[in-house]
Design a protein around this ligand. Structure first.
Ligand code: SDX
Length: 431
């Protein structure tokens, strides 16, 4: 735990208040304001938490100025090149890269939890066929609380471990079954002979009527996409999971809350919105029209897949995703992909435009991911579910960290109240 290396002095109302300052292992110092209200009778004000650290964490570090993303200290571009998703899951969950024996044991444990309780399939059938897969995931994951009672006691380390493995193992099955249900095809059960990403593709694209062999190139690309989405510090959906869990809510309910938050187009829903935007632009010659709209304050349109609260430089995940998009499309023989042309030209034009330069808006993780997923055969409605199944390990790792953090209490922000002062009730005849 970092020591207090100094103090900050706040002068307010003729008084001075000494506030502890904690220094991290890397990144900005933090001013500890936990006693501020008790001592100075004031709140701080930070809508959107732009300057607020909500917790201590050792899991992921982002340097937005240089475009760096570290998982337990390891750079994402090295992990994307040299590791694979389940190894990154182990790293995020347990703090370091596993030995060969540890990795084998972890992969075996995950593989043996990929099936859902058979009764759960009837839960899917309650949805309309045209339900968005994210709506199904929110509902089914929340319902896991009703099926896996033996891993809901968050005070029991063993139950926390079982819940973590179950979530990571079962999320691809839930996402794949949400997809199958939406296209009217039968559910395909997990196949434990396949690795994690290949198993997901098999459950999505196999049909009982014929054999389906997963293309190893697509499985590798899918595994890389999962790695790139695994965790990202205290983003909105992770903060949602932490806040929901801070009340003692069980892990399945808390992860369901995270899925709901991720769905928004400003967050994980941006990958779907981005591909839909690229398709709406359609051709390179229409890009200036949309750039102008993005800059027009009277127009709510934003370039989806662009901008980030933390990154004020390239999102390192976008760089890896871009090279993966080029690779997958070439391998699939999809040469003149108009959508990729529009995306590449849109990025080039935007990065030369003073509006985007001044506001430090760069492509984020969602800008190219949809192009790869679309090339793989996924509908846009499956883009955010794939983000959710990939981010589950991040949510769970942060959840585990929070549960065992002695400083954590129920999250309960205050407010800057600007409503009516006390006033007495007025009977309707006197209004
Ligand atoms: C993810 O937090 C995470 O780590 C998230 C994530 C993760 O892995 O968990 O990285 C995943 O959610 C990536 C972001 C996906 N969302 C989008 O691509 C949607 C489009 N982007 C924007 O909505 C926006 O950039 C956000 C939501 C991503 C960030 O919003 P902020 O930090 O609140 O920034 P802002 O909206 O205040 O923008 C600052 C300025 C504004 O202009 P001014 O009011 O200062 O004049 O930049 C402008 C914005 O209007 N701006 C954009 C823009 N993004 C910001 N203008 C045009 N197009 C955009 N995309």
């Amino acid at each position: 735990m970092p020591d207090n290396t100094s103090t900050a002095t706040l002068s307010l109302g003729g008084k001075s208040y000494e506030l502890p300052v904690h220094s991290p292992s890397v990144g900005p110092d933090v001013i500890d304001i936990r006693k501020l209200y008790a001592e100075a009778d004031v709140f701080t004000f930070d809508p959107g938490f732009t300057s607020t650290a909500a917790c201590r964490s050792t899991i992921t570090y982002i340097d937005g100025d240089v475009g760096e993303l570290l998982h337990r200290g390891y750079p994402i571009d090295q992990l994307a090149e040299k590791s694979h998703f389940l190894e990154v899951c182990y790293l995020l969950l347990y703090g370091d890269l596993p030995s060969a024996a540890q990795l084998e044991d972890f992969e075996t444990r995950v593989t043996r939890h990929t099936m859902l309780h058979e009764q759960m399939q009837y839960f899917f059938r309650g949805f309309r066929r045209d339900a968005h897969p994210m709506a199904i995931m929110v509902g089914v994951v929340g319902a896991m609380s009703a099926f896996y009672h033996d891993s809901t006691d968050i005070s029991d380390p063993w139950q926390r471990e079982v819940a973590a493995i179950r979530m990571i193992a079962k999320m691809p099955t839930i996402a794949a079954w949400a997809y199958k249900y939406s296209i009217g095809q039968p559910f395909v059960y997990p196949n434990n002979r396949l690795d994690y990403a290949a198993n997901f593709l098999h459950m999505c694209f196999a049909v009982p009527a014929e054999d389906y062999v997963v293309d190893p190139i697509l499985a590798k690309a899918m595994d890389r996409i999962m790695m790139l989405h695994a965790d990202h510090e205290q983003n909105a959906s992770t903060s949602t999971v932490r806040l929901a869990s801070s009340s003692g809510a069980n892990p399945f309910a808390s992860i369901a809350a995270g899925i709901a938050c991720l769905w928004g187009p400003a967050h994980g829903g941006a990958n779907q919105a981005c591909l839909e935007m690229l398709r709406e632009i359609g051709t390179v010659d229409r890009i200036p029209e949309y750039i102008a709209r993005a800059k027009d304050k009277s127009d709510p349109f934003k370039l989806m897949g662009f901008g980030h609260r933390v990154y004020k430089n390239f999102d390192p995940r976008a760089k890896v995703m871009k090279s993966s998009a080029d690779e997958v499309l070439a391998l699939l023989g999809i040469e003149d992909n108009e959508t990729l042309k529009v995306a590449t030209e849109l990025e080039r034009i935007a990065l030369e435009d003073e509006y985007f330069v001044e506001k430090k808006l760069y492509p984020n993780v969602d800008f190219y991911s949809g192009i790869i997923l679309n090339a793989m055969g996924f509908p846009t409605s499956m883009f955010t579910p794939i983000f959710a199944l990939s981010r589950t390990v991040g949510w769970i790792s942060q959840w585990k960290e929070m549960i065992t953090d002695p400083e954590q209490r129920i999250g309960r922000p205050r407010q800057l109240y600007t409503g009516a002062a006390r006033r007495d009730y007025v009977e309707v005849e006197h209004r």
